[in-house]
Design a protein around this ligand. Structure first.
Ligand code: FMN
Length: 197
């Protein structure tokens, strides 16, 4: 497969029951300059091919981390991916310059509402606070941290809500539609779907 400037690292252990992440990953996979790497489809046994992952990242300008929030953090396979792929001497530390200058965009969904993730809400902090370790990881690797896209209340999104999310993410990746976000999303929803876990 030729190099794609946008690589989406997608981790969702419950992808078959996914409400928003799966259609989003499929829509992104249909874009010509995007490669979606579905970690659970590639590594069901959690045996990550570090060289292949590093090669994919090397060719990218933008790295998207797409995942459902699990216990205010990333799903375990994404954590393992970070631990193994972002090696010292490659991604950070002495001589670790492979990701320098690339952009990092997090797209994270939550069951909790925006209100839940407010000072008055049950989770007390905005989701951005729980993403601080990822932000620091990106900065440690010399990457540019972009404002995360948070999909709150994921289970309550109706079809048009899911399409709005797809349009927002596509717009952030430079695939906005001059005729309006709905059209970009509709185009994506009719595109061929990738085989995802
Ligand atoms: C093990 C587990 C832990 C979860 N932890 C959280 C959490 O800390 N905060 C939250 O808002 N949602 C949490 N959720 C809900 C998921 O984030 C939600 O199912 C997901 O964002 C929905 O997206 P999807 O339907 O596309 O998978 C958790 C779900 C599971 C299965």
């Amino acid at each position: 497969m030729p190099a794609r400037p946008i690589v989406v690292i997608y981790a969702n252990a419950r992808a078959r029951r996914s409400h928003v992440n799966r259609p989003l990953a499929e829509a992104l996979a249909a874009l010509p300059d995007v490669e979606v790497r579905d970690l659970h489809a590639r590594y069901p046994d959690y045996d990550i091919d570090v060289v292949a992952e590093q090669r994919a990242l090397s060719c990218a300008d933008t790295v998207v981390l797409q995942f459902p929030t699990f216990w205010f953090s990333v799903p375990p396979l994404l954590k393992l991916w970070m631990d193994e792929v972002l090696e010292r001497g490659w991604a950070h530390g002495p001589g670790g310059t492979a990701l320098r200058g690339k952009s990092c965009l997090v797209v994270a969904s939550t069951r909790g509402t925006e209100e839940d993730y407010s000072p008055e809400g049950v989770h007390r902090h905005p989701l951005a606070s729980f993403l601080l370790p990822l932000e620091q990881m990106a900065l440690e690797c010399g990457m540019t941290w972009r404002p995360p896209i948070v999909i709150h209340d994921a289970y309550r999104l109706d079809e048009s809500g899911v399409q709005r999310v797809i349009a927002e993410v596509m717009g952030a990746l430079g695939h906005g539609d001059a005729d309006g976000p709905a059209n970009a999303a509709n185009a994506a929803s009719t595109a061929a779907s990738l085989e995802l876990a």
